[in-house]
Design a protein around this ligand. Structure first.
Ligand code: FAD
Ligand code: DLZ
Ligand code: SF4
Length: 507
């Protein structure tokens, strides 16, 4: 007999290790361990979601006839790590070896490979592209543009294809997907589930052991099994999908989810299969229930971006998270952990993150990410924050988004230019500025929006690196046209702001 490892983000019945396993002889090992729960200070909601979904999945495997050796966190024999549990179970069952589906983090891949046990790693077949597919595509290309990779994935999956042509004649309808914040949101948000008895037990455990971590544990409403996650998906396809495209980039003071699907956590943990999700979304289009711009935009996020960032993570290797191409070294400000800030956009995104373990893409990229990049925060600290606070965060998907897309710390592998903006972008896409202590129109002065000051400070301090970037020429031309006094005022006010930030003052 062999041990078959199932990790907390591998809760899928079609997982390769289960498909290759032998129900009659092998033993499935699942373990809630301190190491996994504490390698970053995860949001309590994320830990509760993981443990509740693990417990239910373990039970469903037993119901299906598997022998499952499940270690709860509070088990007195719990060794505290995945490798420790495998070694303990190997001697308990006199196992010939361990088979596992490749984990989504180098940290665990290395730990499993280094165990004093016979091991066999299987590919994670829940993704559309294999590592080989991605490497074949990437080989010899000067720039790894997501758009071209995405087209390959469309062909491979046959999603939104009309023969060998893209449905509707175009591959990408992003142009239609940049509408500013709507006056009214017609969708009531994600489906919310009342915790059952098993989930309540987990909530008590998490409150006891991780109650001090940043983030509100309750109210807890996430789906914790595939049945619930599918109900949630159907609810969103009906009510949210039709407007998903139009308002994908919008942000509102009083609406946290707008038309977003809130499916990342379910797909990444294995409760929903990405291809099944896309097929259901495509069906809504074929049935005339959702427009092409929404459906194409959504499918692109999953078979395009999601697959592409995974390809980058595995291609770039374990040192990716340590990259810091711009040499940024400022400490992550306390506001990211809930300290007061006068910036309404930051306050809204961080408060929501604390309460929901969720923020949507533009909040992550153009508010908290943009601020960290403009202010020159150490990308390793930014990366740890994102990995900790979002329920959908695992390194394979979080790191390329943070280190690459958001912080430009990989020197432009993912982003062809840094995602930076002044307050104007946030003003255009949200209603945050109206209720802010700063004034988005003010470029200098006491009430000047910090994004306005830091935007020019960033461009000025990184001039040598970016002046030749054809996509940034305009920015430098605008800066250079300002009269010198004004430029000096902007830079000295930005310095003043950064000093206050470093001194821990409320900004
Ligand atoms: P929707 O907006 O409804 O999109 C649908 C789905 O598309 C998502 O659930 C996700 O599976 C996929 N998707 C969309 N954009 C991306 C992307 N850039 N990369 C990978 N998948 C994508 N996504 C994570 O799953 N985990 C993370 O830890 C994570 N960290 C991020 C950090 C930063 C700085 C940025 C800019 C983005 C990050 N993303 C991450 C991508 C994206 O923000 C989230 O997938 C999305 O906000 C999840 O919410 P949703 O399910 O409502 O997504
Ligand atoms: C996120 C997480 C947490 C909080 N706890 C566990 C755990 O106790 N046991 C486990 O198997 N997995 C957990 N996970 C998910 C893992 O961290 C995840 O499998 C790896 O980071 C690889 O992606
Ligand atoms: Fe954010 Fe500036 Fe708008 Fe305030 S004024 S909400 S800091 S963009």
């Amino acid at each position: 007999m062999r041990l078959l490892l199932v990790l907390g983000d591998q809760l899928s019945p079609n997982l390769s290790v289960l498909q290759k396993g032998d129900k009659a002889n092998d033993v499935v090992v699942m373990a809630e361990v301190a190491d996994e729960a504490a390698y970053v200070p995860h949001h309590p909601k994320k830990i509760a979601f993981t443990f509740a979904a693990m417990r239910k999945f373990g039970q469903s495997l037993r119901d299906d006839g598997w022998t499952v050796a499940y270690t709860p966190l509070g088990d007195p024999d719990n060794s505290g790590s995945i490798t420790g549990e495998l070694i303990r179970r190997a001697s308990e069952y006199d196992a010939a070896g361990v088979v596992y589906t490749e984990p989504g983090e180098w940290r665990l891949i290395e730990a499993l490979g280094g165990m004093p046990l016979k091991t066999h790693s299987l590919p994670d077949t829940r993704f559309i592209a294999t590592h080989q597919d991605f490497d074949d595509w990437a080989e010899g290309r000067k720039q790894l543009r997501m758009e071209y990779f995405y087209r390959e994935m469309r062909r491979k999956t046959d999603l939104l294809m009309d023969g060998d042509k893209p449905e509707g004649g175009k591959w990408n309808y992003d142009h239609d997907n940049r509408k500013p914040a709507p006056d009214q949101v017609t969708f009531g948000g994600p489906m919310q589930f009342t915790p059952d008895a098993q989930t309540k037990e987990v909530l008590a455990l998490v409150a006891d052991r991780f109650g001090e971590n940043f983030g509100d544990l309750e109210p807890f409403w996430f789906a914790t099994d595939t049945g619930q996650a599918r109900q949630h998906l159907a609810h969103w396809i009906k009510g949210g999908l039709p407007n998903f495209g139009d308002f994908q980039d919008a942000m509102l003071d009083d609406n946290r989810f707008l038309y977003h699907a809130v499916v990342g956590l379910y797909i990444n943990a294995g409760l929903l299969d990405p291809l099944e999700v896309c097929q259901k979304v495509e069906q809504a289009y074929r049935d005339g229930d959702a427009p092409l711009n929404a459906v194409e935009g959504f499918i692109r996020q999953i078979i395009g971006w999601r697959e592409y960032v995974r390809g980058i993570y595995f291609r770039e290797g374990p040192d990716y998270t340590a990259r810091n191409a711009l040499g940024h070294d400022r400490a992550l400000p306390a506001m990211y952990w809930g300290a007061d800030t006068k910036m309404n956009c930051m306050s809204k995104a961080i408060t929501q993150t604390k309460q929901e373990a969720y923020a949507h893409h533009i909040q992550r990229l153009m508010v908290t990410g943009n601020f960290a990049l403009l202010a020159g925060i150490d990308p390793a600290q930014v990366h740890e924050w994102y990995l900790a606070v979002y329920a959908d965060a695992y390194e394979w998907v979080e790191a390329p988004n943070v280190i690459g897309m958001s912080q430009f710390a990989d020197d432009g592998i993912i982003a062809s230019k840094p995602y930076i903006s002044s307050g104007n972008y946030i003003h255009k896409m949200s209603d945050h500025c109206g209720a802010c202590a700063y004034r988005v129109q003010d470029k200098t002065g006491e009430k000047a929006c910090p994004f306005n000051l830091l935007y020019w400070h960033f461009l000025d301090r990184h001039r040598e690196r970016f002046k030749g970037n054809p996509r940034m020429g305009n920015m430098y031309r605008v800066w250079d046209k300002m009269d010198e006094d004004r430029r000096e005022t902007v830079l000295s006010e930005a310095e003043g702001f950064l000093k206050k930030l470093d001194a821990g003052k409320t900004v």
